[in-house]
Design a protein around this ligand. Structure first.
Ligand code: MGD
Ligand code: MGD
Ligand code: SF4
Ligand code: MO
Length: 805
């Protein structure tokens, strides 16, 4: 299929878009005449307008038409590089067209080279490259002198960093230093970061944003099934007969997977969505949607298991042969009666029953979740409950079935976990406490290695507050915006004796640094990313680094030299060879093979092994091959609503923004669509508080307060509000969240349930300038979820898609 056609075959829509594009060209043309714009200015004009035009066209799935206009105007002689997207973990691959250090367009690559997305991408992979040439990219190391940043040479900056890290180590011990690695960066960069921390510094205090994200998933799946990762492949999502989706705003956060899922559902698969909000995948006409109360997921999942066992819908043979612990589990779920589940989790008994029966009797089922399940004090228990449900129904380790946590950052699976930048693991989930493993790495790194417990990122901040951590090195993470209780996190950063930040921008975090090191983004880097479905794929440098910026692995290598460890890597491919030699699950992976084979799923044991698309088909990754069923219970969120804070705040994301916005805030088009923070508030709650749609409201929690626009909608229930995490200054939602409410084993913060109160800031007056700039397509106040729930499963999809396909 040509990459510039759409696959819905609708002529009217094509005409519509063609007409639209014609008008866009016409407008640009007449403006060109008037202003005598140069050819490149014209292209810039089109590009700046492209994303806002896309707001109108995305819903029609016509991004490629838009792309073609840009393409025709811009392409003369260009370089074409196939690479992997640097935003989310879906793992889309495409060609970047570049010229003179600028990204001109992102277009489909050979679909064989893009096994996950084929010719699809979302708006970020398609358009969000403006950050690349933004005037404020870091291009030279900065060092703080007399309170001001000054540009300096690499030699001076790195000598200074080595000196300060070495000095703190000498004076206070290696454990007085904390390191944050980056799930935005490549596997190779993360591998060398953990190597540097363990070899040159001698601590296990290294962690990354996985902690704030899916660490409970990794913990729970390691305990139950064996691998802290998704068990399914793209084809399982394509072919399964049933989906349970919970705590995932899939259409906005993993758009290309959402399209894949919807296509399968249209072909006949069942879909059950459990979420406190009517997320768009729940509006999909074929979804059975159930609203849950934030923070009680283990309760309704245990209730489902109970119903399945009571009605003999469990897979006895599978349970006998492939699991351990069934009796204890069966006893433990007795308390989760339909009445109890309704009271605690707000799930109506008939909906629980219908979903439980649908899932248990399906031929196959994929269990999908994201942060709604994990960013809770009960995150690990929630995910263990999901694994239990998958096991009792025999829907994991069997064809077209399995667990599918939708991972977050582009490389959080690989760089955030597989590569070992975490306190307890060397690369490949090999334990630092295992003597043989530690000896293997000690031999390879030619130093003694410590088995002492390291600190997670959330613990590093708490330890710094207590004065136990004196210095931090933060690569590709923006905790001044993304940590819970940021007002306090910022004080902690400010009070550190030494802070070094390695980033592509002078971020809110970098403002507190003593030294800032300019890194390259994925567009200027070589290496690999590992997708949510364990597929290791090549990332290729499409343009030269900006100014004097350097690739992350090169910076860490240069720092290591200053501690007397000369690694001598000449390319990221050489680093992957070392990873393979020490990491059995990556044992057969090399850049050359990835080039030849277009990506490989781990485990891939040796050069002759083809990789593993679906895991556990033979056995689970546990000592005797059998999975563990582990009983769970929950008391709900750490902080419950009270008279003073009667509502529950849940936080998350929108399609058009990415996290702390360092990249997406620099895209005019995206900002024009989703430029301002908002709170989704139910109409009844708004009326109780005298709040109008589109006026400013103050949201206050025990930790702080934030000012955001009201978006009055039935998307949330009357007891909850939702605020996205992307915005800065007094609209930062992490001014409200609690840094001490952590999952006890994974140490993930409870971003998804904070008690709050709200009040009008403008006495019920709307703010006209802001009415259109809220993120998620506004849902009218009279939107009625019962229309969604009661809808039959008609033959066509009515909900617009977020992807270009
Ligand atoms: N556009 C875009 N895409 C992204 C990102 C981005 O910033 N922007 N970030 C990436 C990253 S790192 C991640 S981790 C993923 C995150 O992907 P998601 O986890 O899908 O993103 P969130 O918006 O945090 O959505 C969490 C969902 O959980 C629901 N929820 C809240 N509380 C509860 C609860 O108690 N129980 C249940 N069952 N559900 C609950 C929310 O209503 C929401 O639907 O997205 C990735 N993709
Ligand atoms: N309230 C609330 N808070 C949350 C969440 C939530 O749901 N609610 N979600 C949490 C989750 S899941 C996550 S993943 C975190 C995300 O939090 P962060 O990881 O802090 O967010 P990002 O904006 O992705 O920051 C990554 C940084 O890396 C830089 N960068 C990008 N590419 C590169 C590169 O190649 N090299 C280097 N050196 N730097 C690079 C960017 O400029 C940016 O400063 O937020 C967490 N915080
Ligand atoms: S779905 Fe994720 S990986 Fe794919 S283009 Fe969008 S942001 Fe990139
Ligand atoms: Mo994440």
């Amino acid at each position: 299929m040509s990459d510039d056609t759409t696959n819905d075959g609708s002529d009217t829509e094509l005409d519509g878009v063609a007409g639209f594009m014609q008008r866009a060209k016409g407008r640009a043309g007449s403006r060109l005449k008037q202003q005598r714009l140069s050819r490149s200015k014209l292209a810039q004009f089109l590009e700046q307008n492209a994303a806002s035009l896309a707001a109108d066209t995305i819903s029609e799935g016509k991004l490629f038409q838009l792309s073609k206009v840009l393409y025709d105007y811009r392409l003369e002689e260009v370089d074409v590089t196939d690479t992997t997207c640097g935003y989310c973990a879906v793992g889309c691959r495409f060609d970047l067209y570049t010229k003179n250090g600028e990204v001109l367009a992102s277009r489909p690559t050979d679909p064989e080279n893009a096994p996950i997305n084929g010719i699809s991408t979302c708006v970020k992979g398609k358009f969000s490259y403006g950050f690349q040439n933004s005037d404020d990219r870091l291009t030279q190391p900065l060092i703080r002198k007399d309170g001001e940043f000054h540009e300096t040479s690499w030699a001076e900056a790195l000598d200074f960093v080595a000196n300060r890290l070495g000095g703190i180590k000498e004076q206070h011990g290696a454990n007085a230093l904390g390191f944050v690695s980056s799930s935005r960066a490549t596997n190779e960069a993360n591998y060398v970061m953990q190597k540097f921390v363990r070899q040159s510094i001698g601590t296990n205090n290294v962690d990354n944003c996985n902690r704030l994200c899916h660490s409970p998933t990794v913990e729970a799946l390691s305990q139950t099934l064996g691998y802290g990762a998704s068990s399914v492949s793209r084809d399982d999502l394509k072919n399964t007969d049933c989906f349970l989706i919970t705590g995932s705003n899939t259409t906005e956060q993993h758009p290309v997977l959402a399209t894949l899922i919807k296509q399968n559902v249209i072909r006949g698969a069942d879909i059950y969505v459990f979420d406190p909000r009517v997320v768009k995948i729940a509006e999909f006409t074929r979804s059975q949607y159930t609203r849950v109360r934030p923070g009680y997921d283990a309760v309704w999942i245990n209730g489902m298991i109970r119903h399945i066992l009571e009605n003999d819908l469990h897979e006895t043979e599978f349970i006998d042969e492939r699991t351990v612990g069934f009796e204890e589990l069966a006893d433990s779920v007795q308390k989760f009666t339909p009445e109890y589940v309704e009271e605690k989790a707000g799930v109506p008994p008939d909906e629980l029953k219908q979903a439980a029966e649908g899932i248990a009797t399906a031929d196959s089922c994929v269990f999908c979740w994201a942060l709604g399940l994990t960013e809770q004090v009960n995150g690990t228990k929630n995910v263990i409950s999901m694994a239990n449900l998958a096991l009792v129904t025999g829907h994991v380790g069997t064809p077209n079935s399995g667990v599918s946590p939708f991972r977050g950052q582009n490389n959080v699976q690989g760089g955030g976990g597989d590569m070992g930048p975490v306190p307890g693991n060397f690369p490949g989930y090999q334990k630092v406490t295992d003597d043989d493993i530690r000896q293997k790495f000690a031999d390879a790194y030619d130093v003694e290695l410590t088995d002492e417990d390291g600190l997670t990122i959330t613990e590093q901040f708490l330890a710094a507050d207590d004065g136990d951590i004196k210095g931090m090195f933060i690569m590709g993470e923006n905790p001044a915006v993304s940590e819970p209780n940021v007002a306090h996190a910022r004080e902690i950063l400010e009070d550190l004796d030494f802070l070094c930040v390695q980033d592509i921008f002078l971020t809110d975090t970098a403002q507190y640094a003593d030294v800032v090191l300019p890194a390259t983004s994925f567009v200027e880097s070589n290496g690999t990313f590992t997708s949510s479905t364990r597929r290791v794929q090549l990332v290729k440098q499409a343009i030269e680094p900006k100014g004097n910026a350097k690739q992350d692995w090169k910076i860490v290598q240069a720092l290591s030299e200053r501690f007397g460890h000369e690694w001598g890597y000449e390319s990221s491919a050489e680093i992957m060879d070392e990873i393979a030699s020490l990491t059995p699950i990556y044992g057969g992976i090399s850049h050359q093979r990835l080039e030849n084979e277009g990506g490989i799923c781990w485990p891939c044991w040796d050069e002759d092994h083809p990789g593993t698309e679906t895991v556990y088909l033979e056995e689970f990754n546990q000592p005797d091959g059998r999975a563990f069923l582990i009983p769970t219970d929950t008391e709900g969120p750490a902080e419950k609503p009270s008279d003073q804070y009667p509502l529950t705040l849940t936080t998350g994301r929108v399609l058009y923004q990415y996290h702390t916005g360092t990249m997406t805030h620099r895209e005019e088009g995206l900002m024009s669509i989703a430029g301002e923070a908002f709170a989704e508030i139910h109409p009844e709650t708004a009326a109780d508080h005298g709040i109008q749609d589109s006026e400013y409201v103050r949201v206050t929690s025990p930790n702080g307060s934030a000012r955001v626009l009201a978006q009055v909608t039935k998307r949330v229930n009357p007891e909850s509000i939702f605020v996205p995490m992307h915005y800065l200054e007094d609209a930062q939602v992490n001014l409200l969240t609690n840094e001490e409410a952590l999952d006890p084993s994974a140490h993930c913060p409870e971003y998804k349930a904070t008690p709050v109160r709200i009040e009008s800031e403008t006495d019920g007056k709307r703010t006209p300038a802001s009415t259109s700039s809220v993120g998620q397509a506004a849902t009218p106040a009279d939107f009625d979820i019962s229309d969604v729930e009661s809808s039959p499963r008609p033959g066509t999809e009515t909900h617009p898609t977020e992807t270009d396909s």
